[in-house]
Design a binder for this molecule. Structure first.
Ligand code: SF4
Ligand code: SF4
Length: 485
């Protein structure tokens, strides 16, 4: 029996999802997953809410190990300190980011281009090789849904049959279980929301403001927003996030090829289905693989956009094969080539192409990240005329922007570069602040003037200011241009 919910909350049979008709109060013919419709959405646009059946098996065990490992990293990362800073922190007010002991300022933002593109290409490689392995094993949507929320639902409301029965029959027992479930869901969503915010607000600060965020109204509103979003997603919206919102599934058809390892049904071995254990194909048409599918599809219809690669159908079918005494693997990881010919080819040109692109991006990122300057100076364009003339003297105004990109206070010296405007007589440098002390990750604007008698001026000339970090002795020459009439 298929385990998708076909009753309305009042316990009466739902309209036929395909036609919307009630047939004399009797349940109409059960809708089956097909390739033309989204099974979780009825023809009238209403939700066909799934009650996904439990599954056990070797892939389920592997998945849960990965899920809990990832959840542990997610919760712990902001609390782990490397080099005096959180392992991961994006400090938006401070315009800085900390990653594995390295500090990045807003001036280093371009480096994230490499990170984002690298992550995107990495996903392409993984998909090209192993299909939607990301969705099934590492996507937060799956990890939290299958690793936390669904197990709690099963614990409180029972397996899929019991859940459907409770939903249909109602009563005090069903009510208290539902209430406890939703209270737990909200509590967990709040905790996961706070954990997410710890990637943006230091845990030291967060620990002092939770639970009520006194004096931190914005953070409080964000915590409510994320809690509400997570609760809505994991308690009700669920697989719709993967089917409707996430664009990655739609890219699948362009990323996989004949040799991509996907989860599929061995049609050659399985068909003709349902002819009993001793005749026909190996598939006994028990529909167990459909009942355990969190997106409500039938893997026997082939690779579908809705398949998130969760492996539930593999374990479900293996269990059935064990029971009927047939070899496991009727539903398994294999490539389309493997299912058709029995041969697989993992390494192919696109793998090497993606690999080269990732290697280049990683190299560029590492080079740029390790060669970052400890301070940065830029010249800011001044408003109006670039010069003024007073009593036969030309004056140029320069505004420099100096940023300390280190984690400690630094003292900088500002001076004309050696030999600056050396060929012009009577040049005077007016530097109101030639010793600048900057606390960590702060910046300042510095105004300087250069004056030159008109009699010395022969045309625009380039020269430089030198900024020196007193602690390290590192200097930077900032080129500017002296202009006159
Ligand atoms: S679980 Fe296996 S045997 Fe049962 S319907 Fe699915 S493919 Fe066929
Ligand atoms: S078809 Fe199989 S692998 Fe794909 S989502 Fe359904 S149960 Fe998971």
């Amino acid at each position: 029996m298929s385990e998708q919910d076909t009753t309305t909350p009042d316990g009466t049979p739902a309209p036929d999802p395909g036609t919307g008709d009630r047939k004399g109060g009797r349940r109409s013919r059960k809708r089956q997953p097909d390739l033309n419709t989204v099974y979780t959405i009825n023809a009238d646009g209403s939700r066909n809410f799934l009650q996904v059946a439990d599954v056990r098996g070797r892939w389920t065990v592997r998945k849960y190990i990965i899920y809990y490992f990832l959840i542990a990293i997610y919760l712990a990362a902001p609390w782990i300190t490397i080099g005096g800073h959180p392992m991961v922190l994006i400090d938006i007010p401070g315009r800085a980011a900390y990653l594995m002991g390295a500090t990045f300022t807003n001036q280093d933002f371009h480096l994230f281009f490499f990170v984002l593109i690298g992550a995107g290409i990495g996903l392409f490689v993984a998909t090209s090789l192993f299909g939607r392995v990301w969705c099934g094993f590492a996507c937060p949507q799956t990890v939290f849904m299958e690793g936390v929320y669904r197990p709690i639902e099963r614990l409180l409301e029972g397996d899929s049959i019991a859940r459907m029965k409770r939903k249909r029959d109602g009563g005090a027992d069903a009510a208290w279980r539902k209430v406890v479930k939703h209270v737990l869901f909200i509590f967990l969503s709040w905790n996961f929301a706070i954990a997410f915010m710890c990637y943006f607000i230091p845990t030291r600060t967060m620990a002092t403001v939770i639970p009520f965020f006194e004096g931190h109204t914005t953070a409080f509103i964000w915590s409510l927003f994320w809690t509400g979003l997570l609760y809505f997603d994991y308690s009700w919206f669920r697989e719709q996030t993967c089917l409707i919102i996430c664009p990655y599934g739609r890219l699948q058809s362009t990323l996989v090829d004949y040799d991509t390892v996907i989860i599929g049904y061995d049609e050659k071995r399985g068909e003709p289905r349902g002819h009993g254990v001793d005749s026909g194909g190996d598939c006994i048409d028990c529909r167990r693989c459909v009942d355990v599918c969190p997106t409500g599809i039938d893997i026997r219809n082939g690779l579908q956009m809705e398949c998130i690669g969760c492996t539930n159908c593999i374990d479900a079918c293996d269990e059935i094969m064990d029971k009927v005494g047939k070899p496991r693997g009727l539903v398994r990881f294999d490539s389309s080539r493997g299912f058709e010919t029995g041969k697989s080819r993992l390494l192919r040109p696109r793998f090497f192409l993606y690999g080269i692109i990732i290697a280049v991006l990683t190299t560029l990122f590492v080079l740029r990240a390790t060669q970052r300057e400890s301070f940065q100076v830029t010249v800011m364009r001044s408003q109006g005329l670039p010069f003024s003339i007073e009593n036969g003297v030309i004056r140029n105004l320069y505004t420099l922007h100096l940023q300390n990109k280190t984690d400690g206070t630094r003292v900088y010296r500002l001076a004309p570069a050696p030999g600056a405007l050396a060929g012009s007589a009577g040049v005077e440098y007016i530097i109101p602040q030639d010793r600048i002390e900057l606390p960590r990750l702060t910046d300042r604007q510095l105004t300087t003037f250069v004056a030159m008698p008109m009699t010395s001026y022969t045309g625009p000339q380039e020269f430089a200011f030198t900024v020196t970090d007193s602690a390290s002795g590192i200097t930077q020459d900032i080129k500017v241009r002296f202009r006159g009439p």
